[in-house]
Structures are given as C-alpha cells and as structure tokens.
Design a protein around this ligand. Structure first.
Ligand SMILES: [Zn+2]
Length: 366
C-alpha cells in the first residue's frame, strides 16, 4: 500500500468508526426505551409516576464487549425515573451476568422483570426497532411482589421464589423493592444495598453498627476517617465500604474470617453477642485513633422482629425481618454493644491489620 492508499484507508476507518460506535449506543438506548415501554404497558403507568421504581444492572452488565449504560438513557427518557428522585437504582452485578430490567409499581405491588437476549442486539438500528419484545427479551415475567400481598397469597409467593420468576434475582429485587416502598426508607441505605446486591438483615446490621459508631465516635475534622477490621466478615461490611468510603484498596478495611470454634467461644464469652469487628476512628495527622470492638446480638434482633421461630414460607423470613428491622435503624443500641474500647497508635494499627497477627487477640477480646 502506498502512502496515498494508506491515507485513504485511514480516512475510511475514521469515517466509519464513529458511526459504528453511535449505532451501538443508539441500539442500547433503544433497548432501554423498549423495556420501559413494555413495563409501562404491563404495569399501566405514565411517565413521571412516582410509584414506580426501576432496578437494573445496566452499566455493570456487558453484552460481549459492549457496555450497557446507554440503556439507562432510554429508561429515563420514557419513564421519567431517575437517580435524583431515588426511583432508578443500579444494582451491582459482575460484567459477565445478563442485562435485566425490573419495574415495580408500589401502588399495586406488581412488578415486571425483563432479561435481555444479547443476540438481539447484533442488528442494524432499524432491524432492532422492528423486533418484538419477545425477540429482545429472553424472559418477561410479571408478579405481585408486595410482601403483605405475598404473605396473604403464599401460592403466588411460592411460585415467584421457587420457580425463579426473575432468573435467580428474586430475593435481590423483592427485598430492595419492598424497603424502597416504605415511607421511612432512605437513599443512603438503598444505595449501599444496591452495592451489596440485595437487602438482607446482614446489611441492615451494618447500618445499625455504622450509626452506633457514628454516635459514639463521630468524625469531627478533616484528618479523621473510619477504618474497619471486619472480623468475622458478613454482609454488614459492604455497607461500610460505601458509607464510609472504607475500601480495602485504600486501607480502609481489612477483612478476616474466624473459625467456628472461635465464633462459639466468643459468643459464650460475650453473652450470645456476635463479635462484628474492630472499628477505628483514625486521625491521620496525629497518627492515632480510638477503637471500639463492637458486637451485634442476633438473638435479640430475632426476638424484637418476631422472627425467632419463623413458621411462614421460607422465602419470607428475611424479608419480614428486613421490614421490621427498619424500626431499629436509628436505635442501634437494641442490638449493638461495645465489647471493648482502646486507643490506637501507628504501631497498634499495623498489628491489627497484619496478616500474621490475630486482630481480636491484639485487641484483647479473644
Ligand atoms: Zn446480604
């Protein structure tokens, strides 16, 4: 190829490339729009209806090597749902999981789940626009997911959960939708649960532990931050990563497991309270901090929420607990206790974080 020919090919590539990228994005936007229109038809709502919640993994899931965030634009344009109004939430999924959309109408309890058939996107925009919903979505599934409704119609609840109406996303979507629908629900909590994938009593315990810590050892200046030694780990720890920006990569969180023997020894020692971790308010200028070893008493939480001897359908126990735990979001002391309090300097901090050490032994609680 001579220089002239090379220049011609380059010009050709440059002319085509933006067009290709644009067509792909437009199909993705059209996909969001198709999902929204189908949901508006199935759940009978108009643009701007504040009873509607949209959950999706758009922006996380990829189709081939294509990112999917443009689908959000189609959803927002058609339904009016958006992050600012807190009724469009993105639920974390790995990139290799399917792309789905979930629409929930809190005025009726009805919801529709749509999973995208990735192959349907390999088309021109015109061809894609002409596809029917059944050709674009490999699954379209409608159910009433209001918790009270399902408890009164257990056959329908059983069908939703036992037949995987939402392709394995049942607990994730139903839990987030039901808490979102409560008037006392808060955006910060929903945001953390979307990072966690689902809304469970475990992530709720994280909300209570965080609020307890924030009350006992509040952040008072810009040199301070929270550091967490999550030992043992459970769902709570994902909430703190978001809430406190306490991420492992920035040394905000160290996560360690305990053996079953260690867990039962601790439970016996601390009156049936589970050790939740070591929470440090660290001052990075003074290079010192204050630490609390906190415990969470699940026995009292089961008692307070009336779920200790759950007799109802198995899929409902955590959902019921989620809703009833809302009463205690701002009363963490009903389940959270300080097991130990101590001062931390740089040396102690290093010991608490070091793989060769046992942080609960360093803290003197085991
Ligand atoms: Zn969880």
């Amino acid at each position: 190829m001579n220089i002239k020919e090379k220049k011609f090919v380059l010009a050709l590539i440059l002319a085509i490339m933006p067009g290709v990228a644009l067509a792909e994005s437009t199909i993705m936007e059209e996909l969001g729009s198709k999902a929204a229109k189908a949901a508006m038809d199935q759940l009978k709502f108009e643009k701007g209806d504040s009873n509607i919640l949209v959950l999706t993994d758009a922006g996380y899931a990829q189709i081939g090597d294509q990112t999917t965030q443009r689908a959000l634009k189609g959803i927002m344009t058609e339904t009016g749902a958006n992050e600012g109004d807190g009724n469009l939430l993105r639920v974390l999924r790995p990139y290799f999981k399917p792309l789905w959309f979930f629409f929930f109408n809190k005025s009726t309890g009805e919801a529709v789940y749509m999973q995208v058939d990735g192959k349907s996107l390999n088309k021109s925009l015109e061809e894609f626009k002409a596809l029917s919903d059944d050709q674009v979505f490999s699954k379209i599934s409608k159910a009433n997911v209001d918790l009270n409704y399902m408890l009164n119609h257990t056959d329908e609840g059983n069908a939703t959960f036992n037949k995987a109406a939402f392709n394995g996303n049942e607990f994730s979507l139903v839990s987030i939708a039901n808490i979102w629908a409560q008037p006392e629900s808060t955006f910060d909590f929903l945001q953390a649960t979307c990072f966690h994938d689902h809304l469970c009593p475990g992530v709720t315990s994280g909300y209570m532990l965080a609020k307890y810590m924030e009350d006992k050892l509040p952040i008072t200046n810009s040199s301070e931050s929270y550091k967490v030694v999550a030992i043992p780990q459970w769902c709570k720890d994902d909430l703190m990563q978001i809430r406190w920006d306490a991420t492992p990569g920035k040394s905000g969180m160290f996560v360690m497991a305990l053996t079953d023997a260690e867990k039962s020894a601790l439970k016996a020692k601390y009156n049936q309270t589970d050790v939740a971790g070591i929470y440090i308010r660290w001052n990075d200028t003074a290079k010192q901090g204050d630490a609390l070893v906190l415990g969470f008493n699940w026995t009292s939480m089961y008692g307070l929420t009336g779920t200790a001897n759950w007799k109802g359908p198995s899929w409902a126990s955590k959902l019921v607990m989620d809703v009833r735990m809302m009463d205690y979001w701002n009363k963490p002391e009903v389940a959270v206790t300080t097991l130990k309090e101590f001062k931390v300097d740089s040396g102690k901090l290093a010991m608490l974080q070091n793989a060769g050490m046992h942080p609960l032994k360093v803290a003197g609680v085991l």
